[in-house]
Design a protein around this ligand. Structure first.
Ligand SMILES: [Zn+2]
Length: 451
């Protein structure tokens, strides 16, 4: 039976294969245009990975929620110990303007040690790192003490109804686990006091709030005859932008990060924005800290009128709302009623995702730290619990009984401001992809034990 170090060495020897698999996967445009069944085409991506599993002798299944929308599940049998789930998603967000990309977005071009393409980072790197983890364990002849389960889901980017949400509903037994690793987290924060790795134990909620102001239509040549809802909309948008949400910096992430950065002020609701604004060159970290400390209400769609000479009889504004754990739909509604008081708004609030969490501290988090140490070949870093400010498929798997952590480690040398995810020029460093594959191998051995 190989040792963890020998297995990690086998990842290094498989470097070309790991890189090639991510390039090939990026070249399959699994574009998800929205919450509808006829998009994504994830089955093609599943089949590519499934062929690799088949070659290695790992059993897997592609389960389609609708034709073309496959979810790939694989498992490596083990002893009677815990079950560990590696979860990821194969769909990607659309490319808005291809001409703004340095390399064609579905080319998988390698440049400066990076693999470029839509989905290279979010989330095909996990699809590949986890799959190659299973494959290298199998080739190494490792017999695990518990079961290792693999899920590469469809439709994460539009809410998971045809992906992990569907799997949790239709085939919960196929993905039920004790502990799981998902996307998010893992972006190293280099500080004068060492490297910190955020591991996401929880995530914010996402809600959609629609505010409607009814008015009375009329001819625009005689505006006094009508009740125009448009200026009222302008007023409510102004108030939303001026809204000061409750700020909560009690999460351990704030203190740990600021201490490591050598900032000796204790973070509090009053000083956190000033501290964030002083983090020059660390924009991604600053916005993560801000978004982790408060609910955000962001107007994203405004709509009124059908003809330029008619005063409309109603106007709407739709807001994206991201709530901290504990801030439910009733809280959001009450805040919006307060913000818009006196303006005669009808308010609808709907959940896209409820906030959800696993414990900040757990033996599994410690094992993730050990696995990262083995993968990096040094222990000169610290894991810190953090919050995912977006939402992920974790919310479908936590209710099935698993402790789920968002942790896709990047190499300490990786670019910290990763603007390419959901933007232009998305890429994944080869070093990070290799690190993540090593982490997967080490985590499986440490969590499940080797029989
Ligand atoms: Zn993602």
């Amino acid at each position: 039976m190989p040792t963890i170090d020998e297995l990690i060495a086998s990842v290094d020897r498989a470097r070309d294969e790991v890189v090639q698999l991510l390039q090939d996967l990026v070249r399959i445009p699994t574009i998800n245009v929205g919450p509808r069944p006829d998009t994504g085409n994830e089955t093609r991506a599943c089949e590519l990975v499934q062929a690799k599993f088949r070659e290695a002798g790992i059993s897997s299944q592609v389960l389609e929620s609708v034709p073309g929308r496959g979810n790939l599940v694989a498992r490596m049998a083990g002893g009677e110990g815990q079950r560990l789930l590696f979860m990821s998603h194969t769909d990607v967000v659309p490319v808005e303007d291809e001409t703004l990309w340095e390399h064609p977005p579905f080319s998988g071009t390698i440049d400066r040690g990076r693999i470029y393409g839509r989905g290279a980072d979010d989330d095909k790197a996990d699809v590949v790192a986890h799959a190659m983890g299973l494959i290298l364990l199998q080739r190494g002849g490792v017999r695990l003490g518990g079961e290792l389960i693999y899920l590469a889901a469809a439709d994460e980017e539009s809410g998971g109804r045809w992906g992990a949400g569907w799997m949790a509903e239709q085939y919960p037994e196929k993905i039920r686990a004790d502990v799981a690793i998902n996307e998010g987290g893992g972006n190293p924060i280099r500080t004068p006091n060492g490297v910190l790795y955020p591991i996401c134990s929880g995530e914010k909620s996402r809600l959609e709030a629609r505010l409607t102001r009814k008015g009375r239509s009329g001819h625009a040549s005689r505006p006094w005859t009508a009740d125009n809802p448009v200026p009222v909309m302008a007023e409510v948008v102004g108030r939303i932008m001026a809204y000061a949400p409750e700020v909560d910096v009690s999460h351990p992430f704030f203190r740990e990060v600021l201490q490591a950065l050598g900032i000796d002020q204790d973070p509090n609701a009053e000083n956190i924005d000033r501290i964030c604004d002083s983090l020059a060159g660390r924009e991604a970290l600053a916005t993560t800290l801000k978004a982790s400390s408060r609910m955000t209400i962001t107007p994203t769609m405004v709509n009124a009128g059908v003809k330029s000479n008619s005063i409309p009889d109603r106007a709407h504004v739709v807001c994206d709302v991201r709530g901290l754990p504990g801030q439910d739909d009733r809280y959001v509604r009450a805040e919006l009623e307060h913000i818009s008081s006196g303006l005669g708004m009808d308010i609808d609030v709907d959940y896209t995702a409820v906030s959800n969490a696993s414990p900040d501290d757990s033996p599994f988090v410690d094992l993730a730290g050990q696995a990262l140490g083995s993968a990096l070949g040094d222990q000169d870093f610290r894991l810190v619990p953090a919050l995912t400010v977006g939402f992920t498929d974790s919310r479908f798997v936590r209710p099935l009984g698993a402790q789920v952590y968002g942790f896709g480690p990047h190499h300490p040398s990786a670019e910290p401001n990763r603007a390419g995810v959901h933007g232009n020029n998305e890429f994944m460093e080869i070093e990070s992809l290799m690190l993540r594959t090593k982490f997967a191998v080490a985590l499986a051995c440490l969590t499940l034990g080797v029989a």
